[in-house]
Design a protein around this ligand. Sequence first.
Ligand code: G6P
Length: 604
Amino acid sequence: MCGIVGYLGEKDTKGILLSGLKELEYRGYDSAGIAVLQKNDFQSYKAVGKLINLEEKTKEFVTDSFAAGIGHTRWATHGKPTELNAHPHLGESSYVVHNGIIENYAQLKKELVAEGVTFLSQTDTEVIVHQFEKNLKSATSAFEAFTKTVSELEGAYAILLVTKSEEKTIFFAKQGSPMLVGINAENEKYFASSDTPLIGQCTDVNYFEDGDYGYVTKDELAIFDITGTKKEPIFQKLSTNKLSAQKDGYRFFMEKEIYEQSTVISDTLLGRLTETEVLFDELDANLFDGIKEIKLCACGTSYHSALTASYMFERHARIKTSVEVASELRYRDPILTTDTLFVVISQSGETADTLETLKMAKKAGLKTLVICNVDNSSMVRLADASILTRAGVEKGVASTKAFATQVTVFWMLSLYLAKAKNTLTSDEITKQIQLLREVPASVQVSDTIHEKIRRLSKRYLNGHGFFFIGRDVFFPLALEGALKLKEISYLHAEGYPSGEMKHGPIALADPGLTTIALLPQHLLYEKSKSNVEELSARDATICAISPLVFDKADDYIPTKEHTDYMLEFFEMMVVVQLLSLEISVRLGNDVDMPRNLAKSVTVE
Ligand code: G6P
């Protein structure tokens, strides 16, 4: 995920920016840069890869007087991770850094290009600095031009901008992406996209609210709200614990990642939905030409999102879809035909088994697509096309937000295909797009549900096994729930189709067998319910997850009433993630780094 730092003061600006960026390294990035305005002279440096490359480039650069500096670590979303696409972005005499996505960048860019502006990068960010300089021509001050620019942007942003036309000032704006400003007794001003770079530098910080914008000078911190009214900063004392700041105060990275699913799914959707259609600018219109079948291939959690996708592709786009475990596909001499689109799914883009199947498919002449979280990863570089999930760095070994964003992308892709193939009516597509917009709200964790799961978790610390069961898309979710529990609690768990329990596993039913039953209201409720009743009649311990009270259950985790089963899917996903987390915590396990597992398995 991108990171921002800023500094206004007399100390070693370069050093402060670079060490601030270092503190953001844990968030992941693929390029970095800084720009410093000192004695009315701009110096800017950018480098691809690790920060050491940027340090190397700035070795000779000295900052020894009052300066305004901004810095950025970039996690590519629009445009490849190249030096040109790295921030800060330059206009004629201003630089900008930005986190988030400018949704209307294409429109703004078109207008600017028509007016003769040359763009150097493929990023959405670059429009901000050009739009600012365009506005500057007719404005009475840089602040007026900045205010106008901010009002013209749509989407999510945290922005810092420095300009020669108003030296010794940093302009800022925040909408949807986090940013804070810090102060200290020496009258310095620090900015960052999260607490960590400011720890040890500032005593007090103000977290900007959505709609805030303004500027800082040596003596002033001017914040305005969305209506243009000046407001007082609300300062808070800064924490001194870096690790807890990295976890945003959560106990574990996994917990933080579960809680941030709402935000990252919003990022996944950003700029990709209109009222009536799904847009994937990154896909060539002819990618699906001549394609009769889709083959999805992945490992682990990504395999479960692929399974979920297969239901959506067949249901919405009426296209034949098969799903393969990568380590199996590799050695079974599969039939690969060129009318099949080969899709690999991977959080990291580096998993060895999945990567090998991508090579196999390419060799067999198939068109290939990767759904991935890491730009410039091996799979993204190799596949013909890629869709980035925009989940940001996932640190917990047990994947959560990566799965959530993969399923979101697949839902969008199924509608994109449905439109191309005319398999859903435009009313149905419009309705589903509305539902997609409700996903971020459906995964928001309420204190009540988390507390309920925490209390219940003490009942699930032993027993001879867990069956997570569900039907349709809730079957892959059951598999994913069981995988989460296995990974971090080390308890035996299996995911099973509800209707399949009677063909064997029901023989295991006794009070020591726990069934976690996914019972959505809007998909095969009666059928799923009778499957659970069969288990309940054999005295298995049942934990029902459902919006409808189920009286045959020993435990019941209530979910909200939604209008569609996919929203139930996303809410239940959060419930199973939290259940595993709380069981693991009670067992005293290392939640973020479970034994024997690795985040990215690059060996066979
Ligand atoms: C490892 C991880 C899993 C992950 C799988 C696939 O086994 O422990 O959490 O789901 O790899 O990873 P990928 O990066 O390809 O999605």
